[in-house]
Design a protein around this ligand. Structure first.
Ligand SMILES: *Cc1c(COP(=O)(O)O)cnc(C)c1O
Length: 261
């Protein structure tokens, strides 16, 4: 994170910028092709997932026209967003989040896409209210992360922790309505929609079709909650096909992530 960003005027020739420009163009090309193939008139919003990559890469991406970035750890996101204060990008929080981090996240996040329990939305509501009175921040866009595992919900009430490697997080589909109500009725929170990660080893098409159905059910009760955040480097085409409004793309733009313990 202490890497020096390219000086103005040299941004176009710095080798990392050249690499990012090419990779970004290739991903934008895939998004356009998928949008066309799906017969959709509007492209989904690209969120470039910059986790584990230095703040200087966010600066480079912003210079290349990226407006939205995603992060999954509060400490890292808080540091980068503070370092890059004034850079015109929106920070989306997409990782598992402990309630005691809500206060920190409310300082920089435009959206939290990983809300999986009412305890977290309540903590965020409190933190955003405080931040709004101190700095007048806008309402926080909130996405309910839904688990698309076949056994989603089976863990509920069980004392055993999930296998963190296999379980990719999220509320069970039957919890979405209750969670939506708690977000929709909280001042400072805006119920934006749903988010999911396709389960490992399953077809992303099946997963994102299921998510589209969950989104449709949600919109019956909350017509404004139109967001569907789905699709990563490996499965963005399937996500676009099934109506994603937001894509979260990391490695295909930034390259593989440095191993961090
Ligand atoms: C890391 C991450 C992504 C990006 O994944 P890539 O495969 O690198 O594109 C998207 N969504 C979430 C929730 C992530 O944690």
């Amino acid at each position: 994170m202490s890497e020096v960003p390219p000086a103005a005027g040299t941004a176009g020739t710095d080798p990392r910028t050249v690499e990012l420009r090419e990779r970004l163009a290739a991903v934008r090309q895939r998004i356009s092709a998928a949008t066309l193939a799906a017969g959709r008139s509007e492209e989904p919003q690209l969120i470039v997932v910059t986790k584990f990559h230095p703040a200087a890469d966010v600066t480079r991406l912003a210079a290349l026209g990226v407006t939205d970035v995603g992060e999954n750890r509060d400490q890292e996101a808080a540091g980068k967003s503070a370092e890059l204060a004034g850079l015109p990008v929106r920070w989306h929080f997409i990782g598992q989040l402990q309630s005691n981090k809500a206060k920190s996240v409310a300082k920089y996040a435009f959206s939290v896409q990983s809300i999986d329990r009412a305890q977290l939305s309540e903590a965020l509501a409190k933190a955003v209210a405080r931040q709004q009175s101190e700095s007048g921040r806008p309402d926080l866009d909130c996405y309910i992360q839904v688990s698309l595992e076949d056994d989603a919900g089976a863990h509920r009430g069980g004392a055993a922790p999930f296998d963190a490697g296999a379980h990719r997080g999220g509320a069970a589909p039957f919890d979405v309505e209750r969670l939506a109500e708690s977000i929709a009725t909280a001042a400072g929170l805006h119920l934006a929609g749903v988010m999911a990660v396709a389960p490992l080893g399953a077809s992303p098409e099946q997963a994102f079709e299921k998510l589209a159905g969950i989104s449709m059910d949600l919109r019956r009760l909350h017509p404004g909650a139109v967001g569907i955040s789905a699709g990563m480097s490996q499965d963005l085409e399937a996500a676009v096909h099934f109506g994603a409004t937001h894509l979260r793309i990391g490695s295909d733009i930034l390259g593989s992530r440095p191993q961090v313990g």
